[in-house]
Design a protein around this ligand. Structure first.
Ligand SMILES: [Fe+2]
Length: 332
């Protein structure tokens, strides 16, 4: 009987830990405290995580005890935060906002929004520079402590705004609503050690360490990535990769790539011709050109083995290229 009770208790604990998020834990940064220098200093990062964020986590866990909020995911809790105490609101926001903040910073250089996010930025703000200016303006104008946000609003459009204290756009009590994908902490604890009262200098510097790959990932959690035309046909993507890296150098007079890779190109064409064609492209006019591509690529490989002239190879490679584009055309 005792064993039975123990098993039931264990199952209850396990299911609760899966369903509920509390008790919350302090996340790892994922990089060293000094990794963002010179833009954000090591001491600030250490204190910010281990003192400030840690306090939000502990205070949240204590404040949630015995409330319905204990059994909610953090996003569910934030969505109905107006039902809870100020202690839960401030500390749940503090934990969520900082957990997001650490991930959208990186020591990695030259990260960039993907094509789709960049298009959305250009549509909403005209350019990435304008977005930065708007974010910095929102952050500068936030009186006292708070956050500046790039978020996806309820019409699925990008928007910039700010919230006081530890509020965020996920909160029902917030003046702005949506899903945050980039947040800038403008509490003095985020910058005072290095920048003192120069919030503007901190705001200029932080763009050097924004992790656009993470911002992009968060963007696509809300706006699904557009499906590529040939995503379900890996053999055609694989063939095209080799074709592009051999045809274009040849056009510019460099035939070394095609001389080295004609066999690979030929086997990719054979694999493509015998691949499982996605239903939407599985029609006679496509199949006809697939076999033509395979034969033209084999002929090209033979010419390479015969050490044919560049001119002869270019003629043959152009035939392969034309066949490939006929396939693409017929797949429209
Ligand atoms: Fe902070």
């Amino acid at each position: 009987m005792k064993q039975f009770i123990l098993i039931i208790s264990l199952l209850t604990v396990i299911s609760k830990s899966i369903l509920a998020q509390a008790p919350y834990k302090l996340p790892d940064l994922g990089y060293a405290y000094n990794a963002l220098e010179p833009y954000i200093d090591s001491t600030t990062m250490y204190i910010h995580l281990n003192k400030h964020h840690n306090a939000y986590v502990n205070n949240l866990n204590n404040a949630l005890k015995g409330t319905n909020g204990e059994n909610l995911k953090i996003t569910e809790l934030l969505a109905e935060i107006s039902k809870y105490s100020d202690a839960i609101r401030n500390n749940a926001g503090g934990h969520y906002n900082h957990s997001l903040f650490w991930t959208i910073l990186t020591p990695k250089k030259n990260t960039a929004p993907d094509k789709e996010l960049m298009e959305a930025i250009n549509t909403s703000f005209t350019s990435l520079d304008s977005l930065r200016t708007l974010m910095n303006k929102a952050a500068s104008m936030r009186f006292g402590s708070g956050w500046a946000w790039l978020y996806i609003d309820q019409n699925k459009k990008l928007a910039v705004g700010s919230s006081p204290n530890q509020d965020n756009p996920l909160m029902d009590a917030s003046p702005i609503h949506g899903t945050p994908i980039l947040g800038i902490d403008v509490w003095e604890h985020a910058y005072y050690l290095k920048y003192q009262n120069r919030r503007g200098d901190y705001l200029s510097a932080i763009w050097n360490v924004i992790n656009w790959e993470e911002v992009t990932r968060r963007y696509h959690e809300v706006i699904p990535k557009a499906k590529g035309k040939f995503d379900d046909w890996p053999e055609i993507i694989s063939f095209h990769e080799v074709l592009a890296s051999t045809f274009h150098p040849a056009e510019e007079g460099d035939f070394s790539a095609i001389r080295n890779r004609s066999g690979e190109l030929s086997s990719k064409a054979s694999a493509l011709a015998t691949s499982k064609i996605p239903a939407q492209f599985n029609k006679k006019e496509v199949i006809d050109v697939l076999s033509k591509l395979s034969s033209t690529t084999k002929a090209l490989d033979k010419l390479v083995h015969k050490k044919s002239s560049d001119k002869t190879l270019m003629k043959s490679l152009t035939a392969v290229h034309d066949s490939f584009h006929q396939i693409v055309e017929r797949c429209k």
